[in-house]
Design a protein around this ligand. Structure first.
Ligand SMILES: C[S@@+](CC[C@H](N)C(=O)[O-])C[C@H]1O[C@@H](n2cnc3c(N)ncnc32)[C@H](O)[C@@H]1O
Length: 318
């Protein structure tokens, strides 16, 4: 991330100091989360319509519209924070716990968004990515695309997300001759059959009303022998149904890893710090679930084992 380092160096002194304290504040954040002490809010939104609220309609189209509004607001709030230009990730991240690791790239101790980058590196493992055509579905603010571009030299990178503002950010932050972004729906991918060699999907599929339709679309847009690199937190029931459906579609399972403990360790470290990047007037319960702060419902579902955060690596059979 040499470009980021240069941009950080170019920040005014006070913003650079704040960023350094946010990055360094992870241990303190874990303590704060454990004691339940409130973090000081920063970056108040200028407009109340941008506040995140917990209304969640049940119909698929309404649900998608609600997710789109939610992630549009998330992106807008991050954009108006002093650190928005460095916020490439919206995932919980991964922290090693002594269990086998699959990343082929070692990150230095202090690395921007280290836990989220590590999640992507664990997902990528030693999969063939160099020189390949990569699609990232639910790309958010482009962190997966940025990481793959930095470490694996794919031929082309394509990002797709439901959120208009996320895609606008992505085009500015990451767009170049071989990197493009599309606004769209994971259940209706606007690409020709066989157009990609690798499809990635990071912590996004739990939002899709028809997750099997998404799997069918991934299978369609992948070339034979293509890889589907997939990670998310799902209920045990959903995981069983997903594995059966992916097999039925013609995917061969290469890796199936339960990384819940690694993700919870990351939430312990960073969730409280991340709260600071958002408007303090958002629905706080929703924010705690979105960030999986310790004690939130999402965190407890994972801690109890009712939900598991998995990495699935699949190959489309020839
Ligand atoms: C938790 S964020 C993760 C973003 C990114 N993958 C990352 O790791 O930072 C989930 C993303 O999925 C996107 N999303 C939700 N539903 C979607 C859909 N039906 N189609 C495409 N993207 C969707 C959201 O807009 C959001 O950017």
């Amino acid at each position: 991330m040499g470009d980021l380092a240069r941009r950080i160096a170019g920040l005014p002194d006070d913003a650079r100091a704040k960023l350094a304290s946010l990055l360094k504040g992870r241990a303190e954040a874990a303590r704060t989360a454990a004691t339940g002490a409130a973090s000081p809010p920063v970056a108040p939104a200028a407009d109340d319509r941008l506040l995140l609220d917990a209304s969640a309609p049940g119909e698929p189209a309404a649900l998608k519209a609600s997710y789109k509004r939610f992630y549009d607001s998330v992106t807008t709030q991050l954009d108006s924070s002093p650190f928005g230009q460095f916020s490439y990730f919206l995932n919980y991240g991964y922290v090693p716990d002594g269990s086998p690791e699959y990343a082929v790239v070692a990150l230095p101790d202090h690395y921007l968004n280290k836990n989220s980058v590590k999640l992507v590196l664990e997902l990528a493992g030693d999969s063939p990515i160099q020189g390949k055509r990569v699609l990232d579905v639910g790309c958010g603010r482009g962190g997966t695309i940025h990481t793959l571009k930095t470490f694996f030299a794919p031929a082309t990178l394509t990002g797709l997300d439901l959120s208009t503002t996320a895609v606008e950010f992505d085009r500015k932050a990451h767009g170049d001759a071989r990197t493009s972004f599309h606004e769209g729906d994971a259940e209706h991918l606007p690409f020709a059959g066989g157009a990609f060699d690798v499809v990635t999907n990071v912590e996004s599929s739990h939002s899709y009303p028809n997750i099997h339709r998404f799997y069918s679309e991934v299978h369609r847009v992948l070339a034979p022998d293509g890889r589907f690199l997939y990670t998310d937190a799902l209920s045990l029931q959903q995981i069983a149904a997903s594995l059966a459906y992916l097999d039925h579609l013609g995917f061969e399972l290469e890796h199936n890893r339960n990384i819940t403990r690694n993700v919870l360790l990351s939430c312990d470290q960073v969730a409280a710090t991340r709260v600071q990047a958002f408007d303090s007037r958002n629905d706080q319960q929703l924010m705690q679930n979105f960030l999986a702060t310790p004690g939130s419902q999402v965190y407890e579902e994972m801690r109890s084992g009712r939900w598991e955060y998995r990495i699935l690596t699949l190959r489309k059979r020839r």
